[in-house]
Design a protein around this ligand. Structure first.
Ligand code: 5AD
Ligand code: SF4
Length: 439
């Protein structure tokens, strides 16, 4: 199974390189290895992860060549907009989007409140079209290892919050490294998210050992271990982590303070900004449907994500979870999540937008529909099976019983059926000309 395309380095500018694969050029960060023009590399999320010998690269490119152009064609056909029967307000938005103009706050609000199925269909089609225009058929597939469900935090929505009485587990350093090695060597992952609750059993020294070892496997290391100190994140960057996943959860400071006792939105944002400053590739976002939030909050959530200029948007619906203070909150609709994906795509056309497991948990078709509403990224749960069910941040997580080989196969089948190639190599070399603000 091959879900990364080797790229050839065609230019170097400081610590950035321009790589080419099948005539497409992307920008990548080259800071982890000695490379020269003409080398073949694997890159993920805009970061080079390792060099590949030329003969190996040529072999992989040969197997990709035919399918790559076939997939592109499928994607182009599937992302065409059908302008027949298009409602008037949708036509006006399409025009703006085609002119690469920003939609305004009140327009975002209007789109997020659409309910007519015909209008929604058009909204998703336009978002899918913009995704194709900005990214081609490239999509990213990262693996996630949930290595501990201990958490010092007590977030009201979360199923592994400190006060919830659940069986806890912690993977040993060796277990984490072995799981990562299996993901890279057996399954071919090029980017791994290492996620846990805020578990201080893993001190800086342990985390550094893990990051160094996983980085050495030739993969992008994505850390997601909560509001640890700035110093910790700096050390992890120095150890080789290059990406960090940290949601701000909600842009509403009062809701934040209520649902995340003892913490503030301002501190969380400051930390996310700091991670960006250090040089991390950032994934951030929010939860849709937290009690006390409105459509205006959702507009602000999308705009705050944009302000933080992440490399990846990560948001999903609240899944009310037993024995948590939000157990009886009502569930949002799948369409609200799809609308949020579409509007995020319009507001930040060049972003990577993740379809999160929570959307799949809400609806079995969620993953496919998310990818057709403007999203272009996926994460596969590769936590060792004996721990999967225990990382129960919410009830009914769909990935609980999926064997890795099967979920890779299902994902590749889905991506191919939509004409997508799992080739998240780097950032587009095109520049965008959006001028307006969202006010
Ligand atoms: N529903 C949806 N998402 C949740 N998270 C935690 N609990 C829930 C829930 N009940 C999300 C938070 C956190 C991420 C790891 O999981 O956004 O950042
Ligand atoms: Fe802990 Fe994160 Fe859950 Fe909050 S959301 S309780 S910090 S795992």
């Amino acid at each position: 199974m091959c879900y990364a395309i080797p790229a050839k380095l065609v230019a170097i500018e400081g610590d950035k390189g321009i790589v080419d694969y099948f005539g497409e050029q992307r920008k990548v960060l080259l800071d982890l290895d000695d490379v020269k023009i003409g080398d073949y590399i694997f890159a993920q999320g805009g970061v080079m992860v390792r060099k590949i010998p030329e003969d190996e690269a040529q072999e992989i490119l040969k197997t990709w060549k035919d399918i790559f152009f076939e997939l592109k064609k499928t994607d182009e056909v599937m992302s065409k907009i059908n302008t027949e029967n298009m409602p008037e307000n949708a036509l006006a938005i399409l025009q703006k989007i085609n002119l690469r103009q920003m939609i305004k706050k009140d327009e975002m609000h209007t789109l997020l409140e659409l309910t007519d199925p015909n209008e929604l269909k058009v909204l998703y089609e336009i978002a899918n079209h913009v995704r194709q225009r900005e990214h081609g058929n490239a999509s990213c597939v990262h693996g996630i290892i949930e290595f501990s469900n201990y958490c010092a935090g007590n977030c009201h929505y979360c199923g592994i919050r400190h006060d919830k009485n659940i069986p806890r587990y912690r993977m040993s350093i060796d277990e984490i490294i072995a799981a990562a090695k299996d993901a890279v060597d057996t399954h071919g992952f090029k980017a791994l998210v290492l996620q846990s609750g805020e578990d201080y059993w893993y001190d800086d020294e342990k985390l550094i050992t893990i990051v160094k070892a996983v980085r050495k496997l030739g993969t992008l290391v994505f850390v997601s271990c909560g509001s640890r100190s700035k110093e910790t994140y700096k050390k992890l960057y120095e150890a080789g982590a290059r990406a960090a996943l940290m949601r701000f959860e909600t842009s509403n400071p009062d809701v934040f303070a209520t649902l995340r006792p003892g913490t503030t939105l301002a501190d969380r944002i400051q930390l996310i900004k700091y991670l960006k400053e250090i040089g991390y590739v950032i994934a951030t976002g929010f939860i849709i449907g937290l009690p006390g939030t409105t459509t205006d909050d959702l507009v602000n959530d999308i705009l705050l994500t944009k302000v933080l200029s992440p490399d990846m948007y990560s948001f999903g619906p609240l899944i009310p979870t037993e024995d948590t203070p939000l157990a009886s909150t009502s569930m949002v609709t799948k369409d609200l999540v799809l609308k949020t994906i579409a509007v995020s795509r319009f507001v930040d056309s060049n972003s990577n937008i993740l379809v999160t497991t929570a959307l799949e948990t809400l609806d079995v078709e969620g993953r496919k529909e998310g990818l057709l509403a403007g999203a272009n990224s996926l994460m596969l749960n590769i936590t060792p099976m004996q721990y999967r069910k225990l990382y129960a941040i919410y009830d009914g997580k769909v990935t609980d019983n999926q064997e890795v080989t099967q979920s890779i196969q299902d994902t590749v089948d889905l991506l191919y059926s939509l004409g997508r190639a799992p080739t998240d190599i780097g950032f587009s070399c095109n520049t965008n000309t959006e001028g307006e603000t969202n006010e």
